[in-house]
Ligand binder design. Structure first.
Ligand code: PLP
Length: 495
């Protein structure tokens, strides 16, 4: 199976090539040339498998230059029960029609682990498969969550090193502790004086610096990124939709072939796009509800056909969804309207900050997607209501999802069961969750964890437990001008 660009450029690469390269030369995203299919017989077989087996099965359909044995070995290690305590993607039923798909049982307590635990292993193999002799240095600028998930994923993976920059005053105390106590021989973490944009700009400059690339190349190193637009991050996300469908069959909630609806709390459109691909493969999904927070650019796009990023940006209590450019939407435009139209729309987006789609494309989107949103007040109310009425604790992102799912079910009496994707542990956003339930702020951000635990009689998940008692390994703070020097420093390379 080959991968080509959403913008029609000449790239045509294997899966390993797409994972190593990340983005196509014309700026487009890689997509498989065809979408493999699943029939009821396949689904019946998948029902009998464990999560790692299901993952290897699905991935082998897309990554044809990896053997099934390689994939099974990697998936078994990535989704092992000691990393994903309580299962990789368990489901909790909260009422007759509504099911929460919990994707946050991994080592950083958020759903990015579902992809970032496996993708580094796929990259490591891609280096071997493409005859790459150099070591890949993953450079990440983070506002918190992605950095930690990437560190955990790349830690001690062969042929790869990772370096993460974060803004010294731009991440929460828990996030800072998570990163500064990171284990692993091939990891480095460094704070910079500045905000997230400074960190991001600095990393982009390093990526664009040709003399740096030459120097690194001489020392057998090349730069790579852990972006959510890499196909190696997207493909593993298809798996949990298939797996959830199988689990609902196995627990007697649905029959083989029964359609279900899915609601996904959305930021960069990666997670919900994976659901769409699962649907294209033949998984019986009915409606895909795209849930946004107050930054409701996707809600507007799906209802009007106009994507317009010229608007206010809000900082909300669901920060991973505070996004105005949803990069993976490009893949959907490509599937539904082809590369020429996609290239044109993306050009408009970069020059004018907006584009509008024609009626035919809008009609195609309407066949699958509904866009809804939930503001801050309703997010807090949803957390409180779900805890009080269902005894079930959810985080701020999942609350946006559940609220939108309820809005959908109220106005559509299709009677179809609803799977709501739950993307973070409530403890990851403990202070906001605590305040939503009690109406008052916790003593401080760190004590919010134990206060939430005492209030709700639930346990702090292992990745966040005793986080303040671990050894600090990285406490360096540098000026933003020194970021590339710090890279060389870390690698032991002299200018
Ligand atoms: C990244 C993230 C999202 C958004 O997922 P996308 O694939 O970017 O749409 C939602 N919730 C949480 C907790 C996240 O970390």
């Amino acid at each position: 199976m080959n991968y080509i660009s959403t913008r029609g450029g000449k790239d045509k690469v294997s899966a390993a090539g797409a994972i190593k390269q990340g983005i196509a030369h014309d700026g487009g995203l890689f997509m498989p040339e065809t979408i493999p299919t699943l029939d009821n017989q396949d689904i019946a077989e998948l029902c009998e498998m464990s999560y790692p087996e299901r993952a290897a099965y699905i991935l082998s359909r897309f990554l044809s230059d990896y053997t099934y044995e390689e994939l099974l070995e990697d998936c078994t290690a990535a989704y092992s029960p000691d990393r994903f305590v309580g299962g990789a993607a368990p489901i909790t039923k909260i009422n007759e029609k509504t099911f929460m798909l919990e994707l946050w049982h991994g080592p950083t307590s958020a759903f990015k682990d579902m992809a970032l635990q496996i993708m580094p292993k796929l990259l490591s193999r891609a280096l071997v498969k493409t005859g790459e002799k150099r070591c890949a240095l993953i450079l990440v600028a983070t506002s918190g969550d992605t950095g930690k998930a990437a560190l955990e994923g790349y830690r001690d993976v062969d042929g790869v090193k990772i370096m993460v920059y974060y803004p010294v005053d731009g991440v929460s105390r828990v996030q800072k502790l998570q990163m500064s106590t990171q284990l692993g021989e091939n990891v480095a973490v460094c704070a910079i004086e500045g905000n997230f944009d400074d960190a991001q700009t600095g990393v982009k400059q390093i990526f664009g610096d040709e003399s740096m690339a030459e120097l690194l190349d001489k020392n057998e190193v090349f730069l790579s990124s852990a972006n959510s637009i890499n196909w190696g991050r997207l493909a593993p996300q298809i798996v949990y939709y298939v797996s959830a469908y199988c689990d609902l069959i196995n627990s007697g909630e649905i029959y083989v072939g029964e359609k279900i609806n899915v609601t996904v709390p959305t930021g960069n459109f990666g997670n919900i796009f994976a659901a769409f691909i699962a649907k294209q493969m033949g998984l019986p999904l009915n409606r895909l509800v795209c849930a946004s927070n107050k930054n409701n650019i996707l809600t507007d796009f799906l209802s009007t056909g106009v994507y317009d990023r010229n608007r206010s940006f809000y900082t909300t209590m669901s920060p991973s969804m505070d996004i105005l450019i949803s990069s993976n939407l490009e893949r959907l435009l490509y599937v539904m309207s082809g590369c020429e139209n996609t290239a044109e729309l993306m050009k408009k987006l970069s020059t004018e900050g907006k584009y509008s789609i024609d009626e035919a494309l809008k009609a195609k989107l309407d066949e699958h997607f509904t866009g809804l949103y939930c503001d801050e007040e309703n997010t807090a109310a949803e957390i409180k209501r779900t805890f009080n009425e269902n005894g079930y604790l959810i985080d701020t992102h999942s609350a946006v999802g559940l609220n939108c799912a309820k809005q959908y079910m109220e106005t559509n009496s299709d009677g179809v069961k609803m799977l709501v994707v739950s993307t973070a542990s409530p403890y990851k956003f403990a202070a906001d969750v605590y305040e939503s339930i009690t109406g008052k702020a916790p003593t401080d951000e760190l004590s919010a964890l134990s206060e939430l635990s005492a209030l709700t009689k639930t346990e702090i998940p292992y990745p966040l437990k005793d986080i303040d008692k671990r050894e600090i390994r990285f406490n360096k703070v540098i000026e933003k001008q020194s970021m590339s020097d710090e890279v060389l420093n870390t690698l032991g390379i002299e200018r």
